[in-house]
Design a protein around this ligand. Structure first.
Ligand SMILES: *[C@@H]1O[C@H](CO)[C@@H](O)[C@H](O)[C@H]1NC(C)=O
Ligand SMILES: *[C@@H]1O[C@H](CO)[C@@H](O)[C@H](O)[C@H]1NC(C)=O
Ligand SMILES: *[C@@H]1O[C@H](CO)[C@@H](O)[C@H](O)[C@H]1NC(C)=O
Length: 286
């Protein structure tokens, strides 16, 4: 049985942590261009997407003056809304024609039926499959990248947009790693919500080698979820400020480095204000 950990939030153990993990600003977009997703290549070079550009970028996070360089610009698209490495150093990318007013994609621009493809994820043990989250439908599509076959794998009210008039934005599942911290059994069953943000709004997250989840939390923090012995989760602010913006301004996603023992402890965070921030998670904290 496979668990897809998506966006739920954990339990009520909000401990007011202090930002004691060291951070370094690796890059700041001069235009403040929103950066959305990161895929870390085996070399630890980053692939970066933006919801305001059809260009896939690369950045070497250990370069002295890191620059955001073009890899490829997708035709017939104005936004990249997901990236997943489904085979070693091979990536699926959602290239969308996004309407900024309706916050929906042009019909068929990514997947037939999709209204807002927002996040891609791999399926462990199934190298031909990727999952695509749809924030409007509250669904996860399964896409076979070899045959092109698409089907709705999961659709659940827990992944759907909130009621009109509720807290903005009216978007449900947001990135398969986004929103709340939840899990879903892929071969059927309900979404199990593990936690909710307090305060802030969750976006994508990354697991570390100890099974802890580092969750981008808006407006300006990373929340660290640690599983306790009794199976509940404890959450604390590990970096930044959950109510303001200090070192992070609009964090959107987080991904660990890959190349070497040190890099695997470095968490790279993108923000909607064009920052790429490296967090050294190797040390403990006060
Ligand atoms: C990095 O940028 C600074 C400031 O522009 C410059 O002085 C320095 O030479 C650059 N370093 C490299 C390795 O390019
Ligand atoms: C974008 O959405 C708005 C609001 O639904 C609509 O009026 C407009 O025609 C759409 N633009 C395009 C290019 O489809
Ligand atoms: C789980 O363990 C934590 C820490 O010991 C404790 O505070 C919490 O009450 C426990 N929760 C449950 C449901 O047993």
């Amino acid at each position: 049985m496979m668990w897809l950990v998506t966006f739920l939030v954990l339990l009520e153990f909000a401990r007011c942590g202090i930002a004691t993990f060291p951070t370094q600003l690796v890059f700041q977009s001069p235009t403040g261009q929103a950066l959305e997703n990161i895929a870390v290549r085996p070399s630890s070079k980053l692939l970066i997407t933006s919801t305001v550009s059809p260009t896939l970028y690369t950045l070497d996070p250990i370069a002295a003056n890191a620059t955001l360089d073009e890899v490829y610009t997708f035709p017939n698209a104005n936004a990249l809304t997901g990236i997943a490495e489904y085979r070693r150093d091979v990536y699926a990318i959602a290239a969308s024609e996004l309407n900024d007013t309706s916050i929906m994609i042009a019909p068929g621009s990514v997947i037939p039926q999709s209204k807002l493809t927002n996040g891609l994820s791999t399926v462990p043990g199934h190298p031909d499959l990727v999952l695509a989250a749809d924030s409007i439908l509250g669904a996860a599509f399964e896409v076979n990248v070899r045959t092109g076959a698409v089907r709705v794998l999961i659709q659940d009210a827990a992944m759907a947009p909130g009621p009109p008039g509720g807290p903005p934005p009216p978007i449900g599942i947001n990135g398969l790693h986004l929103g709340t911290f939840s899990r879903v059994l892929l071969d059927g069953g309900a979404v199990e919500v593990l936690g909710v943000p307090r305060p802030g709004v969750y976006d994508d997250f990354a697991f570390d080698s100890e099974g802890r989840a580092w969750v981008a939390t808006n407006p300006g923090a990373l929340t660290l979820f640690t599983r306790l012995e009794n199976g509940t989760f404890e959450q604390e602010i590990a970096v930044g400020d959950a109510t303001g913006t200090t070192v992070l301004n609009g964090p959107s996603t987080a991904a660990f480095g890959r190349d070497g023992a040190r890099e695997t402890k470095i968490l790279y965070v993108t923000t909607r204000t064009g920052q790429i921030v490296a967090v050294d998670t190797s040390g403990g904290h006060a």
